[in-house]
Ligand binder design. Structure first.
Ligand SMILES: O=C(O)c1ccccc1N[C@@H]1O[C@H](COP(=O)(O)O)[C@@H](O)[C@H]1O
Length: 212
């Protein structure tokens, strides 16, 4: 199981996540309490191992700003968490993670209109477009007709519910922000705990445990 730790704002949290096995680190460049400048993100990204991919989170940002910020921070992936069109997603010269808010069955119909690297399914935002810390009803994804290798599950995950989330949804990647924070700040112990739990996956076929 691959893991994305989102809303990174410090080198300490980035290093703790990468040392504990995170595959992706997310940096929010949209309206959020976790907003970071491209310059600060660049300093953090150059300190983490190169095999950890950096993801920039944007909400309805202009093409020019995305390209400018991605260049400064040296982003590997662009996560679009707003109302971006399929054409806009295709136009970016980066692998795109398109986020979708899932509140009812019909919302999953949107995904088929997009051609992107990953589809991120999340709860509807509360104050901001994401990062609410609230899970959505995973059963709404039951009839989702997208290969599971392309699905990122987000929204209110933590070390208590991530195992159930993985078993129920079978995503390629799990994504967490609020669930590894204490009082709004990334908590290194929670990051380690989340990664340890998400990366132990029960193999139903042989009934044993293995690390992915
Ligand atoms: O994290 C934010 O503040 C944020 C703001 C605007 C758009 C997206 C944002 N975060 C994304 O939301 C998911 C879910 O977060 P949580 O685990 O429920 O707190 C997070 O992984 C980010 O990709």
């Amino acid at each position: 199981m691959k893991v994305k730790i989102c809303g990174i704002m410090s080198e300490e949290a980035a290093l703790a996540a990468s040392e504990a096995g995170a595959d992706f680190l997310g940096f929010v460049f949209a309206e959020s309490k976790r907003k970071i400048t491209p310059e600060s993100a660049a300093l953090i990204i150059q300190r983490v191992q190169q095999n950890v991919k950096s993801v920039g989170v944007f909400v309805n940002e202009s093409y020019e700003n995305i390209i400018r910020i991605a260049g400064i921070a040296k982003l590997d992936y662009i996560q679009l968490h707003g109302d971006e069109s399929p054409e806009f997603c295709k136009s970016l010269p980066y692998p795109v993670i398109k986020a979708f808010s899932i509140k009812e069955q019909d919302d999953i119909k949107q995904l088929a209109k997009y051609d992107c690297e990953y589809f991120l399914v999340d709860s509807p935002g509360v104050k901001y477009r994401g990062g609410s810390g609230i899970p959505f009803d995973w059963s709404l994804l039951e009839h989702l007709d997208i290969p599971r290798e392309k699905i990122i599950l987000a929204g209110g995950l933590d070390s208590e519910n991530v195992k159930k989330a993985i078993t129920t949804v079978k995503p390629a990647i799990v994504d967490v922000s609020s669930g590894v924070e204490t009082n709004g700040v990334k908590d290194l112990r929670k990051i380690q705990e989340f990664l340890a739990t998400a990366k132990i996956e029960e193999r139903e076929d042989i009934g044993s445990l293995h690390i992915t």
